[in-house]
Design a protein around this ligand. Structure first.
Ligand code: PEP
Length: 253
């Protein structure tokens, strides 16, 4: 089953709209000939979505947001809805990132509603799941991931699930410089694909892309992407500097 490689830059709370646009421009210029088999998305902060969208216009690069509200509109001060993201040109949105689970107390059931809101607006949710250090050491990795996936996709039809992207991001590997070993990554990705097959159907599970995230850098992307159930990467720190991100993409494709 051929799945297009997908590399997503998560810029988190970095870069002003102007800085984000400049970074996007450098990346696009350096990668003027992207392989037709790969997708690259940039996820800037909300205020930078439009300036980055302007740079991505008429290029194969894709735009992603880092969060979304469950409701389409209303009295939710400080929130951004899926129709608003769509109007900014977003094709994808990161949902359930561990930083949001940790610092904004996002639960699996809230994440499920965000996924539904995204899909309703034809935005592909990039659902992040991952275990903590303590959970891994206690042997609970698969139990934790199973619950995160099943609760987040509850109620989705097979047609809805065609929009879904999964990202395995072990919390202990995010921003720490510690990458999961290739054996750990492949073992979890295969498990996640089986879980998706159980939630939906085998053929669909084979089509859903599963990204790895957690200290991915130019030096380790190749071995990660070579794994049979790894379809790309969600990249934080190493996506901020355009030269580093471009070399990561070149090494990975
Ligand atoms: C992330 O936050 O999604 C991430 C993977 O960060 P980093 O690459 O910096 O570990």
């Amino acid at each position: 089953m051929d799945r297009r490689t997908f590399i997503v830059a998560n810029w988190k709370m970095h870069k002003t709209p102007e800085e984000a646009a400049q970074t996007a421009e450098s990346i696009i210029t350096s990668l003027s000939s992207l392989p037709a088999t790969a997708d690259i998305a940039l996820a800037p902060s909300f205020p930078a979505l439009l300036t980055v969208a302007e740079k991505l216009k008429d290029t194969p690069f894709l735009l992603a947001a880092q969060n979304v509200h469950t409701e389409p509109q209303g009295a939710f001060t400080g929130e951004i809805s899926a129709p608003m993201l769509k109007a900014c040109g977003c094709q994808f949105v990161i949902v359930g990132h561990s930083e949001r689970r940790q610092y904004s107390s996002e639960t699996d059931s809230l994440i499920q509603k965000k996924i539904r809101a995204s899909i309703l607006n034809k935005i592909g949710p990039i659902l992040c799941v991952g275990e903590s250090d303590a959970q891994r050491n206690e042997g609970r990795t698969f139990k934790v991931l199973d619950k995160q996936v099943r609760e987040a996709v509850k109620g989705l039809s097979v047609t809805d699930a065609e929009f879904l992207i999964l990202a395995y991001e072990p919390i202990w590997a995010i921003g720490t410089g510690k990458t999961a070993s290739v054996d750990q990554v492949q073992e979890v990705h295969a498990f996640l694909r089986e879980t998706l097959a159980d939630c939906f159907e085998k053929d669909l599970a084979k089509r859903i892309r599963i990204l790895y995230g957690g200290s991915v850098k130019p030096s380790n992307i190749k071995e990660l992407i070579a794994l049979s159930d790894v379809d790309g990467a969600l990249v934080g720190g190493a996506s901020l500097d355009p030269e580093t991100f471009v070399s990561l993409i070149r090494n990975g494709l």
